[in-house]
Design a protein around this ligand. Sequence first.
Ligand SMILES: [Zn+2]
Length: 198
Amino acid sequence: MIQTQYRTRCLLPRTERPVREVTLITAAMFAGKTTELLERCFRHQLAGRTVRLLKPVTDDRYSASHVVSHRGLRVECETIERIGRLDGADVFGIDEVNLLPPFTDEALDAAARGVTVIAAGLMRDAEGVPFETTLQLAGIADEVVTLYAVCRCGSMRATHTLRKCAGGPRIQVGGAELYEPACRACWDLAMENRREPA
Ligand SMILES: [Zn+2]
């Protein structure tokens, strides 16, 4: 039997131990990232923790002052341009992190102080290129939750976001009128068709 020779002892009584975790919830669009984020925030509230909900000021698709999920959940939040010191709550829920400048230092600092950070965001843009902020968070997170949307072909592993019309800027905030989820095969095919000369 293998025995652990050195074991790190927790110095705090179990009930007083802070959660100190960084979680990233990531996926393509329409996979339920915001629903999962809100659900996790609700659970922390039920456990008696204070929660602050943040989102980028540029995300004004469905509301300027609320986090709104595609499943119809709607919770008031603070809007921000960038992440500063994450202070004043036990838990921070941050939506659409791909629209924010990278904040790994701030997330790690928060975790070191016993604050839980739950970030939700797209992993890649409509061209398939990873978003720097999401990528960096994936590198430091204790937990990375990958969710999947449903592709029009019936695949339940839609990992990509397809822009309905070719072109456009990298950051183009929109919903179902602009984007749809696609599995890799459908996304590859659509991108291939777009690259072919007319
Ligand atoms: Zn498909």
